[in-house]
Every structure is written in structure tokens, then in C-alpha cells.
Design a protein. Structure first.
Length: 183
């Protein structure tokens, strides 16, 4: 199986923190996204046009929210990305990620830190110890050296300076222009 562009953006979005939700009496799931950056949500809705046939943002406080249509494709995708009600990382899923999926994951769930902000990281707390180890193994195997960083109960995959450069060489071409400041 191979994921198309829209599915890559969807997977990166879910790995980065968004959720697949089933309405109380619904048959299929929908994607629920939120951000303080309306331009970022607009971009992702455009990239996932099949899931957002009538894209609309809602503002709640200072956070924008967007919900996709309920679709069978999203219900099928949920099986690959969830175990019961928890998001999971599986090596099978990560092995199918392309640059765009990883870029979206980083832009939603990562940033830079360290001296002169030379180290990228991706938050993995929501995936627990087991999921963090899977992400760690994946990135190390694809030549992006990293290790686990713990801050209390928070978990991150923290890339070395070399790993950060490798990560950005892989994903920078997929950053929309208005997100280049994240490099």
C-alpha cells in the first residue's frame, strides 16, 4: 500500500496532534484540526481538498478549528493510526511516509531547541514510551540521528545537529512559503 498526497498530509496532521472523531450517531469519522494560525489550517484544508469539500474555519477564543466531512476513507485510516481511542505510531505507517507527511508532522508537533536552536524535535508524549521508541527507531534507521528527551512526563524525539540537518534536507522543500521561518 502507498499513501497519496492527501493521505500523507492527513497522517502528518494526525501524528502532529489532530484527531479523527466519530459523531455520536455517525457511521464514519471526520478530521478535527485546531491551530492559532488560520493560514496553516487553510493550507492543510487545500492540500486535503477531498476531505474538506466546503472548507470553513471557526474561531473559538484565539484558536481556529476546522472539521472535515465524515468519510469512509477516514474511518479506514483510523484503523492504521489508532488502537481503540488512542493514537499509535506503527513502523508500517512510518515506512510509508514521504517528505510531505514528515513535514506536516514536524510543523504540527515539532520545533527547534538547544544552543542557537540547532536541534529539531518532535513531541511524542501522546504516543507514550512505546510509540516514542518506534519513532526513534524510524528516524535513526532513515539516517536522521536522534534520541529521546524527557521533560517530566513529556517525551520528545530530539534530533542531533546532524539529524536536524538531515531532517530539514528531507522536508524543507515541502514547507509552504509562509512557514519557512520554522527552518
Amino acid at each position: 500500500m502507498q499513501y497519496n498526497l492527501q493521505q500523507q498530509v492527513l497522517i502528518g496532521t494526525i501524528l502532529g496532534g489532530s484527531s479523527l472523531v466519530k459523531p455520536p450517531n455517525g457511521k464514519n469519522y471526520y478530521l478535527s484540526m485546531r491551530s492559532k494560525d488560520d493560514q496553516w489550517l487553510q493550507y492543510k484544508m487545500e492540500e486535503m481538498a477531498n476531505y474538506f469539500p466546503k472548507p470553513k474555519l471557526h474561531l473559538y477564543g484565539n484558536t481556529f478549528r476546522a472539521n472535515s466531512s465524515c468519510l469512509p476513507d477516514l474511518t479506514q485510516m483510523r484503523d492504521a493510526l489508532y488502537d481503540k481511542n488512542s493514537r499509535v505510531i506503527k513502523m508500517d505507517t512510518l515506512n510509508l511516509l514521504m517528505d510531505i507527511g514528515i513535514a506536516i508532522w514536524f510543523l504540527d508537533g515539532g520545533s527547534k531547541t538547544g544552543r542557537n536552536r540547532k536541534n529539531a524535535y518532535i513531541n511524542t508524549t501522546k504516543f507514550g514510551e512505546a510509540g516514542t521508541k518506534v519513532a526513534l527507531q524510524y528516524f535513526n534507521e532513515v539516517g536522521m540521528p536522534c534520541h529521546v528527551n524527557r521533560d517530566g512526563k513529556r517525551l520528545k524525539v530530539l534530533f542531533t545537529v546532524e539529524g536536524t540537518l538531515s531532517l530539514f534536507v528531507t522536508i524543507a522543500n515541502r514547507f509552504p512559503g509562509f512557514m519557512h521561518h520554522r527552518l
